[in-house]
Design a protein around this ligand. Sequence first.
Ligand SMILES: Nc1nc2c(c(=O)[nH]1)N[C@H]1C(S)=C(S)[C@@H](COP(=O)(O)OP(=O)(O)OC[C@H]3O[C@@H](n4cnc5c(=O)[nH]c(N)nc54)[C@H](O)[C@@H]3O)O[C@H]1N2
Ligand SMILES: Nc1nc2c(c(=O)[nH]1)N[C@H]1C(S)=C(S)[C@@H](COP(=O)(O)OP(=O)(O)OC[C@H]3O[C@@H](n4cnc5c(=O)[nH]c(N)nc54)[C@H](O)[C@@H]3O)O[C@H]1N2
Ligand code: SF4
Ligand SMILES: [Mo]
Length: 720
Amino acid sequence: MAEFKFSNIEREMEVYGYDSVVKSHCRMCHGGCGVLVYTKNGKVAKIAGDLDCPINHGTLCSKGLASTQLVYHPDRLTYPVRRIGPKGSGKWERISWDAALDAIAGRISDYKDRFGAESIVMGYGTGRENEAVIYRFANLLGTPNVLTAGHFCYGPRIATSIITCGTNPIVDYENHPKCIMVWGNNLVISNPDCYKGAPFSASLDAGAKLIAVDPRLTRIAARADVWLQLRPGTDTALALGMLNVIVNEELYDREFVANHVYGWEPFVKRVNEYPLEKVAEITWVSKDKIRQAARLFATTKPAAIQWGVAIEQQVTCADNNRALMALMGITGNIDVPGGQVLFSPPKIRNVGQFGAHKSLPYEQAQKRLGGERFRLAGNFAIINPKCVWDAILEEKPYPVKMLFFISSNPVLTRANAKEVYRALEKVEFMAVADFFLTPTAELADIVLPAATWLEMDYIGDFWKRHGYLLPRRKVVQIGECRSDHEMLNDLGRRVGQAEHWWDDFEGGLDYILEPAGIKWQDFKKMDYIRGPVNYRKYQDRGFSTPTKKFELYSTLLENWGYDPLPKFREPPESPVSMPERHEQFPYILITGARSPGFFHTENRQVPWLRELHKDPVVEIHPQTAEKEGIKEGQWVIIESVRGKVRQRAKIFGGIHPKVVGAQHAWWFPEKKDPGHGWDESNINILTDNAYDACDPAMGATSVRTLLCNIYPESSRQSKY
Ligand SMILES: Nc1nc2c(c(=O)[nH]1)N[C@H]1C(S)=C(S)[C@@H](COP(=O)(O)OP(=O)(O)OC[C@H]3O[C@@H](n4cnc5c(=O)[nH]c(N)nc54)[C@H](O)[C@@H]3O)O[C@H]1N2
Ligand SMILES: Nc1nc2c(c(=O)[nH]1)N[C@H]1C(S)=C(S)[C@@H](COP(=O)(O)OP(=O)(O)OC[C@H]3O[C@@H](n4cnc5c(=O)[nH]c(N)nc54)[C@H](O)[C@@H]3O)O[C@H]1N2
Ligand code: SF4
Ligand SMILES: [Mo]
């Protein structure tokens, strides 16, 4: 029977009574998918994928589809509120936007006068396309302290790729790589950063060979030609082992190495310190498999590495990134069609320029929290969160008096959650902008109602490195909600920055687009704009690094006092580095593999999405379950030296018997007390944020490799 399809949108609108269809750009995650937003009686009624969009080609995920349930959610905050009881009392009163912004501006001016602008920390979490305005506001204010997830997410990719080859090399799926090595990434579920699952799957359908490096049997690993099930946290050793094969079997690109890399000889010496026997012992992956993967990757052209956040949330964060870039570089896959391309953005003001980084006075930049300790991070305006909690709790090196979180839920998403909670309880003044009263917002003094992507105009994918920009068009207005951009535009004018902001934020959009010779009103009518696409640009102008070469040996890391070459360091809490603790906590805990319907702490109140994942779930191997007396679906306790939480067991043969994989970011919006169960299943109660457990250059917290034990909740007590 032929399937019934509408021949065109007009007919569909007529049949269903939609009153408009607006092309826009979803941002229920990091964003990217082109969508058609259908309205009925002035309300958003349906979201569909835009077949013409070059990013997603008409595909959508469950979160995009469920945006309709987020926008009209009855629990949404639709006007500003001020807390009228003690912190965490859940007592709020409605106030006007003017009163809210005046109160926040008053505090900012007061703390700046009394303690310096550095006593005010601006914060956001993952990329929400508000980073440019937040940095602009902070830099103009004079505070060097913007707390993001950048120490252990994406920031390391940007920082390490800039120092290695000038910008982040992006997989060129449009030209179908012939071999894809997916490393610590699960893009068919996470659709992260510059990527969507659909183009990756299209390249596989076109015949690409697939290598997966993951401790869990993901859907991608299940489809792979070679799956390397490594011991968590040993990625640098594995990459160096593969480099060892490629160097010693002379499988590298001779022309690229001869003319375009810096530091080949010391690099070869370092690689030779990782013979396969040693690497196999460290990583739990057999020599044969490492050799097989290295040969396949180096001899299939073009090839690319699809790398993810798992390698960044480790003590070897920067070296993991750099070792993977070395693999891309010496195999000649940088800036070639179907390889890993250094795409150029359209000619606009970029995030750095809009962010007004040059306005931050030098002496203020010197005060960046942790800037001396974590120098790679500090040089990219990124800070380690513990530095902020310490400045609040211990007032060292100076007191932090105010936090302003715009799109973050740090009580759930930062390591050592109990310390985070204590810091948020103590800080003198806190403002939050969010859709809901989250466990973090419940500790604030003022909460501002944020607009979702359906309620704002913006230049979508502004921060990404794939070279496209796509208009996000406002479709509806909900209550008094405002975009973060509009909100900071108004706040900036209240704290003496008036000349740097606009009557309304459309002026900001025009300012971004100005070098391209267009305004928002012009861009709004376009499908997208794209930067020029050229390959092998380094042949004419070299790489944008101090030596103009692809720096296998990093001159900048050397200047900052770090090892200029990647090397493996044992995770600080592991069976090898802590054998005694390992006796009590016999499993390696990895956390945070993404769930399709959630975005970190988000969407647990969205019915369609909560239905997909009702409870927090921890994966354990059948042998482990048997050993610990755990049954499928049973509530279990996961415990580290720092604390314990409960999740439900999922028995899964695709995880190593010595590894346990727990979900992150769980809270329970259905629990109406102001804590909303933040400490019941929050895996970050178990994770460590001690400085010496972080990457020494990037300050990344190791939330992917720690030691735990696990036992049925019904047994009520730890076995140890
Ligand atoms: N243990 C462990 N912890 C992790 C991870 C892990 O793998 N394991 N992953 C880490 C990673 S990679 C990241 S990036 C962080 C993410 O950490 P966060 O960014 O802090 O977490 P989210 O839940 O994504 O976002 C927080 C809030 O932003 C609100 N929000 C969404 N969009 C907007 C907006 O446009 N404006 C405003 N004002 N608010 C908005 C949401 O309602 C939500 O309450 O978590 C990290 N934490
Ligand atoms: N649906 C949904 N999508 C999201 C998010 C979300 O919360 N939900 N979060 C967004 C954010 S901010 C980010 S950063 C991205 C992250 O997206 P991805 O980079 O895809 O990250 P994850 O799914 O967290 O982890 C990928 C894989 O790393 C593996 N892994 C764990 N430990 C290790 C290790 O030590 N080494 C290696 N090689 N692999 C390991 C895990 O088993 C997992 O399969 O996703 C984004 N997209
Ligand atoms: S992948 Fe992201 S941008 Fe695409 S539909 Fe899902 S939430 Fe929206
Ligand atoms: Mo992230």
